[in-house]
Ligand binder design. Sequence first.
Ligand SMILES: [Zn+2]
Ligand SMILES: [Zn+2]
Length: 740
Amino acid sequence: MRYAEVIVDLSAEAVDRRFTYAIPEGMDLSPGMLVTVPFGPRTLDGFVIRLTDQCGLDPAKIKPVLRAARQEPVILPDLMALADWMHRRYLCNLVDALRLMIPAEMRGGRVREKTLRYAHLKLSPEEIPGFIEKNTRAKKQIEIVRRLTEGDIETPRLDAGPLKALVDKGIVEIVAHEARRTPLALADDARTADPVLMPGQARAVERLTAALSTGGRFLLHGVTGSGKTEVYIRLIREALRQGKTAVVLVPEIALTPQMVSWLHARFGADAAVLHSALSAGERFDEWRRIRSGAARVVIGARSAIFAPLRNIGCIIVDEEHESSYQSDRRPRYDARQIAWRRAADHNAVLVLGSATPSIDTYMRAMPGVRPENKLELIELRQRVKNRPLPEVELVDMRGEFERGNSSIFSGRLAQSLRECLDGGHQAMLFINRRGHSSFVSCRKCGYVVKCDQCDVSMTYHRAGEALRCHYCGRTMPPPKTCPSCGSVYIKYFGAGTQKVQEEVARLFPDARVARMDIDTTQGKDAHQRILDAFRRGDTNVLVGTQMIAKGLDFPNVTLVGVVAADMTLNLPDYRSVERTFQLITQVAGRAGRADVPGRVVVQTYDPEHYGIACAAAQDYRAFYTREAASRRLALYPPYTVLARVVFASREAQTARKAAREAEDALRRYLVETGQEAEALQCRACEAPIAFLRGEHRWQLFVKLYFKADVEAVTRRMEQIAEAAPEGTRGELEVNPVNMI
Ligand SMILES: [Zn+2]
Ligand SMILES: [Zn+2]
């Protein structure tokens, strides 16, 4: 008897182990296959991990595998090993890692191949006149035959009766074709020719392609508009020529539609796209094209790193500094780490690309790094066609206020916008907050309207006349009088995208303004529609949040306005300066990407701050030097590791008690393992947002020096999180994206 060891598709620690099932006679199984098995009173999906002849249990009690979902493994061997690594590295259940590797709808058989039935004419052109002569009275049949001479037609589009008659006569046959559900981004057939490379690009391509035979890890640091994408394309093409495959990760596919169309334009059907906004059918079909080897280039958001490719030649992580590469759900993996690991498994070339690399990544490209962590630095210092970087002007908003201008636009920005529109060009206005006003407050007593489920001020949205909580989504009507003192002096403070849009419309009645933020991009392909309209020139001013900061390339954009540069500067997060620098540099880079030079106006209350000054100068190296020094001094990552367990509970007391007990437990552990000195901090405290979605939040916050056994300490913290007392949830986060 043969047995299969199966992990059932149920995410619970208690069942996170292999169960043994008998393989019925005639069933052909192999590791990585998706099967259905009996489990207690139910049937569940499961992944075959291993086959064996041995079984330590009573064979009579072993239940059989019921069926296999597909005839081939859905998890390739290297991905099976990767899942196992993730299980240990990210302290998740094995099944949680395996689930990432196939389209969600494949589990439980919720999606399958789509087949279409076509009518196909069996007559040769010479035989047709004969048929018509013999059947002059069957007008409808003749009509169908005529239409079919142009090519096969889907059966529902033909008259059923006459069609059946034709089939019965053997004139027409019905053929089934598997249909491919093609994602919108890949529907266009345009092909483009190769542009001429700049010398810097050519050197980069040469270095990277040379590494295809040996493998290697690179940081491609290129200023905005330096043509990193073209370097990726040449590398991918060489990989394909050598019979290998390629992965390109982008932060969020909806926000980088251009990357998809560029790659598609050069690789055609070789390119597949994988991301969460596809329909279930599209995702399944794309996955199967990759699995079968029909598509050899995969473009996608972070989960595309698990694409079932064989023989990977290169893995490219574009805009590597983006936080969306880090998963904020279990398993809390970092796609860059997975890329690193997968590239090593395949002896592939890993390229992390950015105009504003994260401090952590850039540090790995500096001297003195251990070989196993080392990245080779490749720089692109010039824009393509030697275009100049846009001119950035800082406007000190304190001066504006003194001059009596209390509008959200400085005189300089308003004037530049006027000139831009008069010249027939387009402008992008960036403000990193959606909604109309960021908070509502009483002028008399200072009361701020907060969400009653979260310790967060409510944002005013003009659409729908409502106050909305950006954390839990709760809405309420704006108060007419102050809930605290009853005064009628309710004021709206702090601008968001809606307010900016309104101001543009008010000051420039001739402008055609579009807005891009979470609120305007809810529907499927909504992003693309907004961007397409802007590209066509139907709109000429695009107001947006960080959604418009990334990777967009519009030749007619000559003005970029950063409405409030300081907004992200003073957030309670050690990365707030880095994020501000990245955002301003990236959004500035959207200007002047074609033949008309670009101008950028940055409005700030703090023009001397190095985060803002270095962004205005577009001087990454100067910024890195300052920021790395400040991190070293304050002992923040990458010099240390931050980890925390957040305890959430309906009762403040319960959450606090859990955090305090967790602190005691971890302290004991640190003493026992002799690591007290390596823990620079270990304390229970309120989370920065102490009340969220109706729950009180306390945390065990830990800062570890790099000499600590980080893996062991975090594993201990995970155990502490899981042992959270009743009425609380504990959640471990290591270097979380968001520290709130
Ligand atoms: Zn009041
Ligand atoms: Zn809320």
